[in-house]
Design a binder for this molecule. Structure first.
Ligand SMILES: Nc1ncnc2c1ncn2[C@@H]1O[C@H](COP(=O)(O)OP(=O)(O)OP(=O)(O)O)[C@@H](O)[C@H]1O
Length: 264
């Protein structure tokens, strides 16, 4: 479960560039619920993920992950609670380490022990099984360096890594935006499968209105650091991509020139 209460974030306080990125955001996401997050550029989406991951410490408000109050805990201190997959396939895994070394590190996230014991025979078998489930043939390449993989393969492995330490919260920051459409769909279907099987409480930021409505249980829209739309159930089922685009237009008070991008 994730619960944020009246979160306020101000960047560059007291400078001419002062920016209120989040302005009193409150949100509760039940255990196992998958929420998609949309909003125009600068709406505060990444800042909200940062508040949950620990990159951004809010000036006001409270963040709870499960029963843990983590508002002021560093990213490292909450690493065992929260897993994250980024837009750039090169972020979040280490290119110069092998696939299995990356998996071993991910399995030990939030712990202090070294790498060596993490790569014992039993662990290796588990990694092999988990990677084989991707059906990408990577189970025979566990000793290959991570930077030999394509962007899509790397995101698929990153998703497996995100589930290895037992974190119950998964944060996805436009994790398919850099992939070609076919690979993006593969990674999205994989995401849905992993989230459902492992009952992960998930928040996914996307610029694709289609993805926002097709995946998950609930959609929120941020604008100007505030939640301006929060839909689930039948209300969400009845919502069309065109409705979301119309809301974007209304919020921005202008015609979008990148509708095609948003629909994709
Ligand atoms: N570290 C920072 N220092 C100063 N301003 C920041 C910082 N991070 C974000 N901002 C500002 O806060 C606002 C919200 O940014 P944020 O990155 O959360 O938006 P976003 O909705 O993720 O946008 P995008 O879709 O463009 O990624 C923006 O005006 C941004 O310029």
């Amino acid at each position: 479960m994730i619960s944020v209460r009246d979160i306020k974030v101000v960047f560059g306080r007291g400078t001419p560039l002062q920016k209120q990125a989040l302005n009193g955001v409150s949100l509760t996401i039940e255990q196992g619920s998958f929420v998609t997050v949309i909003g125009s550029n600068g709406a505060g989406k990444s800042t909200l993920l940062g508040v949950l991951a620990g990159d951004v410490i809010p000036s006001e408000g409270q963040v709870l992950i499960g029963k843990n109050e983590v508002t002021r805990r560093s990213t490292a201190a909450r690493a065992g609670l929260v897993a994250r997959v980024f837009q750039d396939p090169l972020t979040g895994s280490c290119g110069s380490l092998s696939i299995e070394e990356n998996l071993a590190l991910a399995a030990r996230r939030g712990e202090k022990r070294g790498l060596a014991p993490a790569l014992g025979g039993k662990r290796r078998d588990t990694f092999k099984e988990r990677i084989a489930e991707l059906n990408l043939g990577l189970e025979n390449r566990l000793k290959d360096r991570m930077d030999l993989l394509s962007g899509g393969q790397r995101q698929a492995v990153s998703l497996v890594m995100a589930t290895l330490s037992g974190s119950e919260v998964l944060l996805l920051d436009e994790h398919t935006a850099a992939l070609d459409p076919g690979m993006a769909e593969f990674v999205m279907n994989l995401t849905q499968k992993i989230v459902t099987e492992r009952k992960l409480t998930t928040m996914m930021v996307t610029h694709s209105m289609r993805q926002a409505l097709d995946y998950g249980h609930r959609t929120i829209m941020l604008h100007g650091g505030e939640i301006v739309l929060d839909v689930a159930g039948d209300n969400r089922k009845n919502l069309q991509v065109e409705d979301l685009i119309a809301m974007f237009r209304k919020m921005r008070g202008q015609t979008l020139d990148d509708d095609a991008l948003l629909i994709g």
